[in-house]
Design a binder for this molecule. Structure first.
Ligand code: UDP
Length: 498
């Protein structure tokens, strides 16, 4: 479905998409690319063969349904220190390898960009925020650059407050809660979790924000207006940039079971989970998943999670991913045998078909690390959450869910961790069981939470329908790209309206 008129091939708007190579950046950027293609833009996604394999089947399906979309592979050169075939950054990638991989990829894309530009003749590019080189590349060829930025608007506004006012420098220790002149960010967001002021996290905030350097143009976000309207507006005001909110992106393009099952994984996952869920009562199961990086936990913490789940009194699916011997693998295997026998729980050791699990009627709640993708997917499914933030901007997302939107209860995690680091904090089994029971137990507080998240879910569904906020945003960004193209061809065409 195109937004306006039928265009000849020569007038078709063309775009290049440059996704980053971690699952949680790759998956949404590819979804956004597919949405643009679905709405009449000619799209080429550029990445390495291993990353392309993760989404190629979806791209092929879209192409067979009429979208003008394809993948173009770039091959990474052999570089000392980069193992053959390693093209993705995930939890098993060492820091050194991740850094060599990042540099190699950046250099390869940057060097090949002029040739890619001449081959695909894009009218604009959509780049992951991590590719700051694409600012100059786009400018050199005189085309607009949109960037994809992870995280909620809320978290970006909170980070802005932190950077602007540096509250962590005004207290004696990382555990003190300083007073924050926080503009419209609720004070709790910046004070209720003292560790977010730790110097370590502040360094991360600075580094994260510097990645967006040069992002003067705009970005397409992935939440939706009703989810964080105040902060969307505040973000634009603070950053002084345009921003189009086009979510929930995943539900816009992943329509059928095979789309949903293979998303982020490349192939469909075997369906033992489905018959298990089919045997459960409506809303009785809690789904526990800590994102694409999975078990970022020590053996002690994994054991506490297992006990907490066993003690909570509710049925569960736990996506354990891959567990090493040192992480209590034997204990979890024993645990699996027990909960399978009692039919209380189901463990997924690899990649979970999360979108399909979330939409299953037996699922009644989610334990999440507050990764932005999972948060929006869960809200769209109308499910309340237990929040257990771990790293990156997840503590801010927790405050948005718990304090502002009131669609979640917190497990009580306090320690912000560096990516890939287990940290020192252990969240005990009692806290885990208590939070899950509060969410799933059917008390009045929990019913209120459920009502609120259901209302948000309805807003999410409306957002991507014709005339909805995200639909209109997408229409607007495509129109602006068209106007800029025409303006380039004919400088007398009027400036697009901001
Ligand atoms: N995901 C999935 N199966 C898994 C783990 C993750 O489908 O077993 C998907 C999930 O649906 C989401 C993304 O991977 O779209 C994870 O992104 P999120 O922002 O939640 O967390 P991150 O991976 O960045 O920590």
């Amino acid at each position: 479905m195109e937004f306006s008129g039928v265009e000849g091939e020569s007038e078709k708007l063309k775009a290049i998409f440059l996704p980053f190579i971690t699952p949680s950046h790759l998956v949404p950027v590819v979804d956004i690319a597919r949405i643009f293609a679905m709405h009449g833009v000619d799209v080429t996604i550029i990445t390495t063969p291993e990353n392309a394999a993760v989404f190629q089947s979806s791209v092929d399906r879209d192409a067979s349904r009429g979208s003008s979309i394809r993948t173009h592979h770039v091959k990474l050169p052999h570089v000392p220190g980069l193992p053959e075939g390693v093209e993705t950054i995930n939890l098993s990638t060492s820091r050194d390898t991740a850094s060599i991989l990042f540099e190699t990829l950046t250099k390869t894309l940057q060097t090949q960009f002029p040739q890619l530009f001449h081959q695909f003749k894009p009218d604009f590019i959509v780049s992951d925020m991590f590719y700051s080189w694409s600012v100059d590349a786009a400018a050199e060829f005189g085309i607009p650059r949109l960037i994809y930025v992870g995280g909620t608007y809320f978290s970006h506004c909170a980070m802005d407050s932190l950077e602007r006012f540096e509250p962590h420098t005004k207290v004696g220790s990382d555990d003190e809660s300083p007073p924050i002149p926080a503009r419209e960010i609720p004070e709790t967001a910046l004070t209720a979790t003292p560790t977010i002021f730790s110097r370590e996290q502040m360094n991360w905030v600075k580094e994260f924000r510097s990645r967006k350097k040069g992002a003067t143009e705009s970005f397409a976000s992935k939440s939706f207006y009703a989810f964080e309207r105040t902060y969307e507006e505040l973000y634009r005001e603070i950053m002084g940039t345009k921003s189009w909110n086009v979510g929930p992106i995943f539900s816009w393009v992943n329509r059928d079971a095979s789309d949903k099952s293979s998303r982020g994984h490349g192939k469909e996952v075997e369906e033992g989970w489905l018959s298990w869920l089919d045997s459960k009562q409506k809303g009785s199961v809690v789904y526990v998943c800590f994102g694409s990086m999975k078990n970022n936990f020590s053996g002690t913490q994994i054991a506490e999670i297992a006990h907490g789940l066993e003690d909570c009194g509710h049925d569960f699916i736990w996506v354990v991913g891959k567990i090493d011997e040192g992480q209590s693998k034997a204990l979890v295997e024993e645990f699996e045998k027990r909960v399978e026998a009692s039919k209380k729980g189901f463990l997924i050791w690899g990649w979970a078909p999360q979108l399909r699990i979330l939409e299953h009627p037996a699922v009644g709640g989610v334990v999440t690390h507050c990764g932005m993708n999972t948060v929006i997917e869960t809200v769209d499914a109308g499910l309340p959450m237990v929040t257990w933030p771990l790293f990156a901007e997840q503590f801010f997302n927790e405050r948005l869910l718990v304090d502002v939107l009131k669609v979640a209860v917190e497990v009580g995690a306090k320690e912000w961790k560096t990516w890939g680091d287990f940290g020192n904090e252990i969240v005990g089994r009692e806290k885990i069981a208590k939070a899950i029971d509060l969410l799933m137990g059917g008390g009045e507080e929990c019913e209120e939470v459920r009502r609120r998240v259901k209302a948000l879910s309805e807003e999410a569904k409306k957002a991507i329908q014709i005339g909805g906020s995200s639909y209109n945003s997408l229409k607007d960004v495509i129109q602006q790209m068209k106007t800029l193209k025409l303006q380039k061809l004919n400088p007398k065409v009027e400036e697009p309206v901001a």
